[in-house]
Write a protein that binds this ligand. Structure first.
Ligand code: NDP
Ligand code: MG
Length: 377
């Protein structure tokens, strides 16, 4: 039998929680070749990764760290400065771009990759929230494909792949984060970062407790599955075993279940449309499948996100910018947890009215970061 050549991977955000798990799944397998990777500031870990996985190119997106790394470089990889990030994604060699960096930094690289007809495995949700209409239109026009990595979206994507009729509604679940057990406790960054189920980067872990993460995910689902907001529902499911469900006109439902382990959706995106053997299997005799109404009143940022998503245009960009600044201020202990939502709400209420296009999306995101910062001071 003819052997299929390895898939050439460009990994954005190799030093993060998603990036490290991608390397765990793909880094040592013959099915893949990590041809390029990017990191922002963790040059120590990047050095180890470059030595171990031997990419041809590695980009450092933080200018100061790039200068520093010039003296530390390891292995045969070409070390590239921030302005070369796009070229890694559009390189002829690249078969699959894995967007695992945080925030909006990969928006343009993702757009460029889709515009070259590439496949993007998308973990990084901020770009699709800010510019979903533009990214999906570019993919459609140029034959690019987005494979969701976010666990709920991977679940819905897989439910859709096997059903012959379109669903009436989709359901995504929320585990709720540490805040569910906060009653009477001091809500410090340390408390919030101890998420009971998922081990993720700091920003998304805070977003899980404010409800922002679920709000961003509803907007993400709206774009990925071309679904009206009224047909996307959220349920609270603390054990995170059911990740997504699709409901049909006759009341029947397809649900996707797996252990809460990001390596499962990562593996699916890597091997798509195949499934690879994984070790983390369900124990069916110990399932707690409790599903409850999502307590939106407790998760104030969920409502702010939904509102911004429904308004569309540049509101989601303002949402992402304001949230980024407010969450960072909370993590730096400059504001208490309870101030995150009011800062975002106030910033959103002042969102400038401009045309919806990529330069303005980026402009408004930066404006919102600056505006939120002024509100914090
Ligand atoms: P982490 O904070 O763990 O990692 C972020 C990565 O992005 C690091 O490699 C970091 O580089 C890099 N990075 C940080 N700032 C910048 C910047 N300004 N420009 C370019 N790169 C930057 O985040 P996660 O891995 O948790 O999350 C990444 C994305 O995936 C987020 O959008 C998140 O919402 C999404 N996601 C994550 C999940 C998870 O389980 N972690 C689940 C579902 C979605 P360095 O460390 O070198 O500074
Ligand atoms: Mg998710």
């Amino acid at each position: 039998m003819k052997k299929t050549p390895p898939k050439n991977i460009c990994l954005l955000g190799s030093t993060g929680s998603i990036g490290r798990q991608v390397l765990e799944v793909a880094g040592r397998r013959r099915d893949f070749r990590i041809v390029s990777m990017s990191a922002h500031s963790n040059t120590k870990l990047l050095t180890e990764q470059v030595r171990k996985f031997k990419p041809e190119k590695a980009c450092i997106t933080d200018p100061a760290s790039f200068e520093k790394y010039a003296h530390l470089r390891a292995g045969a990889a070409k070390i590239l400065p921030p302005d070369k990030l796009n070229s890694l994604c559009t390189d002829k060699k690249t078969d699959l771009v894995i967007a695992g960096s945080s925030g909006s930094s990969a928006l343009i690289p993702i757009l460029e990759a889709l515009s070259k007809g590439k496949t993007v495995a998308l973990a990084n949700k901020e770009p699709i929230v800010m510019a979903g209409d533009i990214l999906t239109a570019a993919a459609k026009k140029h034959g690019g494909k987005i494979i969701p990595v976010d666990s709920e979206h991977s679940a819905i994507f897989q439910c859709m792949e096997i059903s012959k009729v379109p669903p009436e509604k989709i359901y995504i679940t929320a585990s709720g984060g540490a805040i569910l057990t906060a009653s009477g406790k001091k809500i410090t960054p340390g408390f919030i970062l101890a998420h009971p189920i998922w081990k993720m980067g700091k920003k998304i872990t805070v977003d899980s407790s404010t409800g922002m993460n679920k709000g961003l995910e509803v907007i993400e689902a709206h774009h990925l599955f071309s679904m009206d907001f009224s047909r996307i529902k959220v349920l609270l499911h603390p054990k995170a075993l059911i990740h997504g469900m699709i409901e049909f006109a006759d009341g029947s439902v397809n649900a996707y279940l797996s252990m809460p382990d990001m390596k499962i959706p990562i593996s699916y995106a890597l091997y798509y449309p195949q499934k690879q053997k994984m070790r983390n299997l369900m124990n069916f005799t110990k399932l707690d499948m409790t599903l409850e109404k999502y307590p939106a009143g407790k998760f104030i940022c969920f409502g702010l996100a939904l509102d911004a998503g429904k308004k569309g245009g540049l509101y989601p960009a303002a949402l992402v910018g304001a949230n980024e600044t407010a969450v960072k201020a909370f993590l730096d202990e400059r504001i208490p947890f309870a101030r995150i939502a009011p800062i975002i709400r106030k910033t959103l209420s002042e969102t400038p009215k401009m045309r919806y296009n990529i330069p303005n999306v980026l402009r408004v995101e930066q404006w919102a970061k600056d505006r939120a910062e002024k509100l914090i001071k």
